[in-house]
Design a protein around this ligand. Structure first.
Ligand code: ADP
Ligand code: MG
Length: 348
């Protein structure tokens, strides 16, 4: 186990930023810590790095108790969104920085920096200054600088947060490749769910200072553990209704089988993704009648707002090719079924 955190808590002036948090990260893993702004991601990361002192709990790094070890001695590399490069130093000197602090031999520094330049695909950029690099290149140098002293753990706090969408996408590919080559245990903070789903083999979702779900991207996407996760990850419809008979809830013309242990009249919220709405022009089976209120072009998909009567609406997303072949148009009568959904009780 490379990182183990037990019962970690942190308050700021009475505000609980991190609550009794536990986590274990296998050596060599790449994990995303995903959550909305203010959920405590940075505070958790900063405690692991040794930049913030926890109120309670313990941190173990590669089997050693590190809770009270200084940041310098933790052998942790970190890159933050605003952890800028040293402007007056070349790329070479930026990457070499941590090695010079550790008083490594010049020949070793030279070898390590050139090895890292190749790893970050910036061979030949050693004499440039940060101002002569693009934003994406700068963040790659920041990662190389963090990796130079061979940390056991790499912590990345929204490293691509300030970059534009296209560059972020390229850097997702890059960080995956880098991880395959370096094998360093990596904890990657992001508030961008797409980034987490694409990059990590495991995702921890944080909300109000606690980890609310821990799973693979597919588990997080297909088996949300709570209301919060159902609405935070991916696009979703939700509707409020109640259990009308044992094992059944009804909403307009739709009937939902629900857990038979839910009591009668229990208020529930049902979540379902727009792409789990199956829509056809002709009735097939188990569908309800709907009317297309509005179509919205979204690139590879078309989203339809469906009017299902009694002032009830849902959205359906259909791959563009299928939608065009079906010739769906505004005002048209169609048939819809909900093929996957999640039910959570509403606490009164
Ligand atoms: P995230 O990284 O998920 O956006 P943070 O860990 O930065 O969240 O912050 C969690 C909460 O703790 C926020 O409400 C933030 O305002 C508060 N907080 C973080 N650091 C401090 C600090 N040094 N002093 C006071 N409050 C803080
Ligand atoms: Mg943060």
């Amino acid at each position: 186990m490379s990182i183990e955190v037990r019962n970690l808590s942190k308050r700021f002036n009475g505000f609980q930023a991190v609550k009794d948090t536990n986590l274990k990260l296998e050596s060599g893993s790449l994990t995303a810590l995903l959550g909305p702004s203010g959920s405590g991601k940075s505070t958790l990361l900063r405690m692991i790095a040794g930049l913030e002192v926890p109120d309670t709990g313990a941190i173990h790094l590669t089997g050693r108790e590190a809770t009270h070890v200084s940041a310098k001695e933790r052998n942790v590399g970190f890159v933050f969104q605003h952890y800028a490069l040293f402007k007056h130093m070349t790329v070479f000197e930026n990457i070499a920085f941590g090695l010079r602090v550790r008083k490594q031999k010049e020949s070793e520094i030279l070898e390590r920096v050139y090895e890292l330049l190749s790893l970050i695909q910036l061979t030949g950029y050693d004499k440039r200054f940060p101002a002569q690099l693009s934003g994406g290149q700068r963040q790659r140098v920041a990662v190389a600088r963090a990796l130079a002293p061979r940390p056991e753990v790499l912590l990345l706090d929204e490293p691509f947060g300030a970059l534009d969408a296209k560059v972020r996408e390229e850097l997702r590919e890059w960080i995956l490749k880098l991880h395959e080559e370096s094998h360093v245990t990596t904890l990657f903070v992001t508030h961008d769910q797409q980034e987490a789903l694409e990059v990590a083999s495991r995702i921890l979702i944080m909300n109000h200072g606690a980890i609310e779900q821990d799973g693979t991207p597919i588990e997080i996407f297909d088996k949300p553990a709570s209301h919060f996760i159902a609405q935070f990850v991916g696009e979703t419809n939700y509707i409020d209704t109640e259990v009308s008979e044992k094992g059944l809830a009804v909403w307009g013309p739709f009937r939902f089988p629900v857990n038979p242990t839910l009591p009668l009249k229990q208020k529930i919220r049902i979540y379902f993704r727009p792409n789990d709405v199956y829509m056809t022009a002709q009735f097939e089976t188990l569908q309800v009648r709907a009317r297309i209120a509005k179509a919205r072009f979204k690139g590879t998909i078309i989203e339809y707002k469906l009017d299902i009567g009694e002032d009830k609406h849902i959205s359906a997303q259909i791959p563009k090719g299928v939608a065009l072949a079906s010739g769906f148009k505004d005002g048209q009568e169609v048939y819809a079924a909900i093929t996957a959904f999640h039910v959570f009780p509403i606490e009164s």
